[in-house]
Structure formats: C-alpha cells, structure tokens
Design a protein around this ligand. Structure first.
Ligand code: SAH
Length: 452
C-alpha cells in the first residue's frame, strides 16, 4: 500500500525538513503487523515527493487478531493492499513531528502552506465518491478519483469500493497530515484495533481547528469512533460550542447563565479556600470571575474540548497576562470521567451546567472520579430544573439545549444529591438559581457539597 506526498512549492525540498526524513535514505519504522518504509522517489527544488510504503504481513494480521471481525477473514482480507487505519497509524508513527507541528531544524516552515499533492494508490471508500467529496471538498481539496472494477476481466460484475485518489491543496503539511490521519479510516469505516475512550482525545487533538466546523462533522465522528454511540456523543458534545446550538434557548432575559456563574463564584468567595478546579470549564466564563477573587492562588480550568480551551485562553487573554496573574491560572485538556492525577489537590471543584451533557449511565464514572478520587473539600455544581420548562413548552421531552442528555426535576436532583451524600460522605445544600415561579421553581438549581 503506497501513499505519496508531493510538494511543488519552491524550494520543494522543504518537505524533507518538515517530514524529518532524509531524502537520500530509505527509512523504515515498525508498525503493527508490518513495516512502513519511507523514501523519496523524486527530489529537486521544483518537485519533491516522499512515499510511504506500508508492507503488511497478512499472516501476522490473522494471528494477532484480537477478535476483530475483518482480521478473521483469513482467506479474503484487503488490509495489506488498501490505505486503512494501518496507514493512519503509519503516518502518526513515521511522521509524528510533522503531524504535531514540530520542526526543530526549520521551525519557520511549520506554518507555511505548501503546494501539496497526495496520491493514495488504493483507498477503500464505503459510500464511494460522494463520501470522498463530502469529506475533502469542505476542506478545500481538489479531488480526482478513479474507481476500480471488481475484476477487469468481468466488467459485468461492476465496480469495487476501491479507488485511486489524488488530492491537491495549498495547505500546511501539518493540516494535510491531520486530515489524512482522521479521514482515511473514516472513508474505510474500519479500525484494526478496539476503539476506546482514548480515541476521543486523539480525534479532538488531530481534528483541532478543522473538524469542529466541518459540515460532515457528525459523520466523521461517528465513523471514526466506529459508530459507538456513547463515545461519539461524548466527542460531539465536546465539540459543540454552547452558542452554536441553542435549540430552545428560552431562558429568562437577564442572562440566566450570568446569574449562575455569579452565584457559584459568590458561594466560593464565602469559603476559606485557595485552590479551585473548574471541571468542564468550556470557554472559561467562570474562570474569568474567579480570577477577581484574590484569595484564590491556584485556578485551573479543565475541559475535554481543545476547541473550547482555545477560546477560553483567548477570552482570558492568557498571552497578555502579567506574570503574577498568569501564575495563578492554568488550562488543561482532560475528561472528568477518568482518573487523572492532574485533577487532584484542589480545595474546590466546580461543574457548571456540565452533568446534563453526559449520558446518564456515565454519571457513576463521574461520581467516582469527582467524589472518590479527586475528593475536594467542596464541590459546587449546577444543572437545569426540568419543571421550569413548562413555562415555555408543553412538550415534556423538550430540553433547553440540543446537547443535553437529561434534565432533572427538583426532586430528581435532590435524590441524586442524597445518593452522593450516602455513597461518598458529603453533606449537601441545594439552592435555586434565577427567579422562582410557583409550582415549577427556579430555572436552574445548584448544589454545594461539603466533605464530612
Ligand atoms: N462550565 C461551562 C461550560 C458548560 S457546557 C460554562 O458554564 O460556561 C459543558 C462543557 O462540558 C463543555 O465545554 C464540554 O466540552 C464539557 N464536557 C463534556 N463532557 C466532558 C467530559 N467528559 N470531561 C470534561 N468536560 C466535558
């Protein structure tokens, strides 16, 4: 299986610096079930082509199979011959510094758009040319594709799902590699390994800056995560910027969100605490308020979405902050569902309008992580009050935001707080947020948990 990348921008040999591979050598890297050989069929100042040849061991593929169905297809297996998730792994292994936007020798090259041409000798595309166009056209590629017949001797059998594809674009090498890394397995809709939560982080990292706004984002995420709904929903949630999807943004005019954030930050101002972590900090609105609280010496915002964190960094103007301020604040990417040492050692943890973005069956993971692993002395969290929805809709199932997985009534929220109290030894206090209306209560609700 062969992939070539050609640069036509003078001096074309810049490509070899960026790829960190010497043009006069053949270099090989080990990949699962085979080897990737990197070499240059053509090198001049006008045109420089680098090839990556994936040499797969079809026998090893079957032997090392961990129960994945396609690898068990012992007799007919296309994996050695098509660009697939193996090629994506080879790109990340063979060209890791270029994929991550590093170039020690010539750092100034990283951000320069090159005149690039990629050729994939055989690509398996489930859904054919329309899928290819749907994926690459919005990114600005010029595409040409030749579809191969199932068997040239029997034209009546029709076409296969295999294509030879050429893609052209003037773009940075890092952007091109990240597109290929994510989209090659998406076209094929197969993966040679079991997809788990780590894949979300990979997808968010490699998709940063282009996937969030891609019109086929949902298709890409679902196929990349092998149609595992929980994982896909989590990743899509993480990419949904709050303002993007206000389905029923029927909250009261005086911005309810500001009321919430102020209430949370007032609550914290009352406590004798010096460090705080905002879990699911989004675009950093709470962090901005917290910075005004001088007793807080260490403020950390964490979110699963790199995109939101970038907006947070801009909103907080981290790059222009004076040193003494900058030292107080830190942003990190992570998930509140998994154990992570970096989340430990804070007096307070906050989760403002976060839990309702998680599938309800992930709540146990969240509880364990927050109340058992991180175990801050105080946890402050807010979530909508479902009863209040009757003020704007008769539809009981309607939620306030496209990405909410559930919304709780006051009684449901209280029952959950009681469960936390009993299971994790925290006391709790619930407060309404926003103007209360008879029979339905306030639009939002806040719980303050204190470690016993
Ligand atoms: N607290 C912010 C943002 C709320 S929106 C505010 O009040 O403005 C919900 C946020 O939760 C999103 O930014 C989303 O990326 C984040 N999120 C969703 N699942 C997450 C997870 N598993 N780990 C960390 N953050 C998550």
């Amino acid at each position: 299986m062969l992939l070539t990348i050609t640069n036509l921008r003078y001096p074309a040999t810049d490509l070899s610096f960026l790829l960190h591979k010497h043009p006069a050598k053949v270099q090989s890297v080990e990949v699962v079930n085979g080897k990737a050989h990197v070499f240059y069929p053509e090198v001049s100042e006008e045109k420089c082509t680098c090839a990556i040849l994936l040499d797969m061991d079809p026998v090893g593929l079957v032997r090392n199979s961990d129960g994945n169905s396609f690898a068990l297809d012992q007799y007919v297996n296309d994996r050695p011959y098509v660009a697939s998730s193996f090629m994506a792994s080879a790109i990340s292994k063979g060209f890791s510094s270029a994929l991550n936007g590093n170039c020690k020798a010539r750092p100034e090259l990283v951000d320069i758009p090159l005149q690039l041409e990629v050729k994939l000798s055989v690509l398996s595309i489930r859904g054919g040319e329309p899928i290819l166009q749907q994926l690459f056209e919005p990114l600005g590629y010029e595409i040409s594709a030749i579809q191969h017949p199932l068997d040239p001797h029997f034209p009546e059998w029709g076409n296969s799902r295999y294509f030879t594809v050429t893609l052209k674009h003037t773009i940075t090498l890092q952007a091109l590699l990240s597109h290929l890394y994510v989209l090659i397995p998406v076209m094929d809709n197969e993966k040679h390994y079991w997809v788990n939560e780590d894949e979300i982080t990979k997808l968010m990292n490699k998709g940063k800056g282009w996937l969030e706004a891609h019109p086929a984002r949902e298709l890409i995420v679902r196929r990349y995560l092998r149609n595992q709904h929980k994982l896909s929903n989590e990743a899509l949630a993480a990419m949904t910027v709050l303002e993007d999807a206000p389905v029923v943004e029927k909250e009261p005019k005086q911005r309810l969100h500001d009321v919430r954030l102020q209430a949370v930050s007032d609550e914290i101002a009352r406590l004798p605490v010096t460090s705080i972590i905002d879990l699911g900090c989004g675009e950093g609105r709470l962090l901005k308020l917290l910075l005004e609280n001088k007793q807080l010496q260490r403020i950390t915002g964490m979110d699963v979405s790199a995109y939101s964190l970038e907006i947070a960094a801009r909103r907080l103007k981290l790059d222009k902050m004076i040193d003494s301020q900058r030292k107080r604040i830190n942003l990190l990417q992570g998930s509140l569902l998994y154990r992570d040492k970096r989340l430990q050692g804070y007096d307070v943890a906050t989760m403002v309008e976060v839990i309702e973005h998680l599938d309800e069956d992930r709540l146990t993971a969240l509880e364990k992580n927050v109340f058992n692993e991180i175990q801050p002395s105080t946890v402050v969290l807010t979530t909508p009050n479902k009863e209040w929805n009757s003020t704007f809709t008769e539809d009981e199932n309607k939620m306030r935001h496209a990405d909410h997985r559930f919304e709780w009534t006051r009684a449901e929220f209280q029952a959950w707080c009681e469960h936390i109290r009993d299971a994790y030894k925290y006391t709790y206090d619930i407060k309404p947020l926003g103007e209360e209306i008879e029979a339905v209560g306030a639009p939002s609700q806040m719980a303050i948990f204190s470690k016993q």
